[in-house]
Design a protein around this ligand. Structure first.
Ligand code: ATP
Length: 146
């Protein structure tokens, strides 16, 4: 973890789940012990432009509704020293890990997955947000039915 505090907002950080161009995503827990995923802007991305983009995304993310194909927005502080956004933790494997581990998806499964992704993306677009980075690392095959 690059200088990430052990507490972010009311959440206790447990471990890093992954990282991307703008931030790191951590598994953290609420005071009640429920898991959440908290995205924090990377130390080297605290420039005004990235902050402004993150602020806009956090504002819009709370308006994504009507789908359980997108991790639910919970809370955010885009004005913190290290701006953060908390969302529902989705336990499972990324699509990349599934394909790397198990091989290419059978066609009917790939087609169903495409339909589910389109459902999630259309809810994101309806909220006025462009994903801009849909890739197998960002698709999580949830362990439990949703
Ligand atoms: N809600 C979540 N629940 C569980 N794991 C998650 C969640 N969100 C992200 N992750 C994990 O964290 C990794 C990094 O996510 P992140 O959103 O930072 O990816 P990115 O799109 O590459 O980043 P960026 O938007 O900064 O370019 C994902 O590949 C996934 O494994």
């Amino acid at each position: 973890m690059s200088g990430v505090p052990t507490r972010i907002g009311r959440y206790t950080v447990a471990r890093e789940l992954g990282s991307g161009g703008m931030g790191e995503v951590h598994l953290a827990y609420t005071p009640a012990g429920d898991p959440v995923a908290v995205k924090v802007i990377r130390n080297d991305k605290l420039d005004p432009l990235t902050r402004a983009r993150f602020e806009k995304e956090a504002l819009i993310a709370r308006t994504v509704i009507g789908t359980n194909r997108v991790a639910r927005f919970l809370d955010a502080d885009p004005y913190a020293d290290r701006p953060w956004l908390a969302m529902e933790y989705v336990a499972g494997r990324t699509l990349l890990a599934c394909v790397d581990g198990d091989g290419v998806l059978p066609l009917p499964l790939a087609a169903s997955l495409g339909a589910l992704l389109a459902e999630g993306l259309s809810a994101v677009h309806a909220a006025g947000l462009l994903h801009r980075d849909l890739k197998p690392q960002n698709v999580i095959w949830a362990m439990t039915a949703r």
